[in-house]
Design a protein around this ligand. Structure first.
Ligand code: TYM
Length: 332
């Protein structure tokens, strides 16, 4: 089966609808047709200030949410990045073939560092995309399912793999990005000009997988719309309403045309009610299952350890190939 790799940061106590739509839903479905490797990228999470106790807890919670959303840790490989040392090792190697200017052009770094000021941005935040490239290349992944915001990082990954191969001989697999058009970007409910983000500024605009049904409903009902009163899909003119329609289309599987037609003559209130119901129906089983899994952290840790062993076998073999190609003296 073709190998798939993807990951998420454990940078909050819950994943959100953007993570679910852009990544988790694709991941779940692609397990049937791919040798899937899913990572909780804790090394990435320390590129911004974080609290150690929270990081540990969030790492477990993120893994539990993957499983609760349908990732099967018996069938796919689901592991924690820091458990496999090859990630940091390959990242170092890739650092040495990345141009400073090339890394400087990464828009996520520019956005994130602009928020805190250049002095608060760490060198780790700067080299973040290079670690991400290492994640993917270690597993010889042919496909990387992500949301739109990751496109540039996957492009960099492809460039680095091709460059390494050109300099040192064919060693790394050049992966393809997979972004679903309909779910590529989910927007903040309070601020439909910005993507829904773990670090979003408006708490009411983010739908967390672990939110209680009443909280989800309240957030959807207070989503920003517009004053035209007509339910229509027009992302440029009606970003709030269009975002709600995208969410509903994604969760119900209905086409946009059919969906818009079904609201003909109805008000935004009806749309919001339908969205709230669909979100609660999708999230509530995941929340409940996550809490059950978290009730037995020892079992969760045991699963993660077995999966890290599986991941290490693949990653160490790739790293050995890379070291050999580079001309490192083998340890006798
Ligand atoms: P992260 O943790 O920010 O996001 C995880 C996944 O969720 C997608 N996503 C969204 N999709 C649609 N709408 C949104 N509003 C939205 N917000 C987030 C992201 O595109 C992503 O697929 N750098 C990665 C983590 C990573 C990774 C990797 C991913 C590290 N190594 C290797 C793939 C392969 C990140 O920050 O994801």
């Amino acid at each position: 089966l073709p190998r798939l790799f993807s990951g998420m940061q454990p940078s909050a106590a819950s994943l959100h609808l953007g993570n679910y739509a852009g990544a988790l839903l694709q991941w779940r479905d692609m397990q049937a047709t791919h040798d899937a490797v899913f990572c909780v990228v804790d090394l990435h999470a320390i590129t911004v200030p974080q609290d150690p106790a929270a990081l540990r807890e969030q790492t477990r919670r993120t893994a539990a949410q993957y499983i609760a959303a349908g990732i099967d840790p018996e069938h796919s490989t689901l592991f924690v990045q820091s458990h496999v040392s090859a990630h940091a090792q390959l990242a170092w190697v890739l650092n040495t073939i990345t141009g400073f200017g090339e890394a400087s052009r990464m828009t996520q770094f520019k956005d994130k560092s602009a928020k805190g000021g250049a002095d608060l941005a760490s060198v780790g935040l700067f080299t973040y995309p290079i670690l991400q490239a290492a994640d993917i290349l270690l597993y010889d992944a042919v496909v990387v399912p992500v949301g739109e915001d990751q496109r540039q990082h996957i492009e960099l990954t492809r460039d680095l793999a091709a460059r390494f191969n050109a300099r040192f001989g064919n060693t790394l697999v050049v992966p393809e990005v997979r972004i679903l058009k309909e779910t590529a970007k989910i927007y903040d409910l309070q601020n439909p000009g910005s993507k829904m983000s773990k670090s979003g500024e408006s708490p009411a605009g983010i739908l967390w997988l672990m939110d209680e049904p009443s909280v989800l409903t309240k957030k959807v009902k207070s989503a920003v719309t517009d004053s035209s009163g007509v339910v229509a899909y027009d992302p440029a003119e009606k970003p709030g309403v269009s975002n709600l329609l995208s969410i509903l289309s994604l969760l119900t599987g209905q086409s946009m045309d059919a969906l818009v037609a079904s609201f003909d003559g109805l008000q935004y209130g009806a749309l919001k009610t339908a969205v709230a119901e669909a979100v609660v129906e999708a999230f509530e089983p995941i929340r409940t299952r996550t809490l059950e899994l978290l009730d037995d952290p020892a079992e969760l840790d045991r699963l993660l350890a077995i999966n890290a062993d599986r991941a290490s076998v693949i990653a160490d073999a790739t790293l050995a190939r890379v070291y050999d190609a580079l001309g490192f003296l083998p340890r006798a």
